[in-house]
Design a protein around this ligand. Sequence first.
Ligand code: UTP
Length: 287
Amino acid sequence: MRKAVIPAGGLGTRFLPASKVVPKELLPILDKPMIQYQVEEAAAAGIEDVIVVTSEGKEALERYFARDPALESHLSRSGAAGLLDQVRRTWSTARVSFVRQERPLGLGHAVLTARDAVGDEPFVVMLPDDVIWHSESVTRQMLGVFREYGGSVVAVEEVPTEAVSAYGVVDSVPVAEQVYRVRGLVEKPAPQEAPSNLAVVGRYVFTPDIFDCLERTPPGAKGEVQLTDGMALQLENGPMFAYRFHGARYDGGTPMGLLRAALEIGLKRGDTRDGVRQALRDLPSSP
Ligand code: UTP
């Protein structure tokens, strides 16, 4: 597995007005943009090529992954070795390339936009606002499942029944510890109609026939080509698996989710733990 696609062409409306000029995917959890977490997760799974789907107005994403010799020589001269290392990681962790989604026609359309860049081989899709923290890269965990079972693999997480209507949900049968064979996918079901409480989260391994399926997928909700609809078509071609991953997932797609991610990851990181604890202790009690 050599390639990962990170769709980052959306409007990020839940982060307006900030996302008017700052792509949502560059909003930081503490000091690190969300998308950097994904690139590091991909690299930890042995992936060398990361294809970022961008759109007009999100050129900052390209600047973020480019070298900045002036900044590097400044940090080098001022002896800021730690910062220099962090800055170099933006361009050295993986080979990052870009494809442009002309209009935000949905996640399925964004993935399809990467077709030529991916070619005819299996690949990974990582949604930048699902940040997953674990000692073993969740993408690496998923590649293990892909190697063993073949067929596309989607990451799932158990969510409370009352929360299922915010997610795509799988109808599946268990085949091994943490692994399920998918029988169907339902987008945002009412709790009483949900086939399970296994919700799809933003990590996928796809066999390349997903592209033909996405080509055939008509626009669904909000006029967007939904990835889940393309996956439902792919399910007719062959087996698909769901993997209940190890790790803590944070939803960086909303301001409250991003705040929570910063607090929890801040408590996990050795260099920020004490400061976050202190800040939480210092909070005035709620009225
Ligand atoms: P989201 O639905 O979370 O992102 O899509 P969004 O549409 O940008 O945000 P809101 O809902 O308006 O706040 C998940 C990922 O898919 C990308 C987004 O950039 C995000 O990283 N995406 C979404 C695309 O690349 N293209 C699209 O047309 C839609």
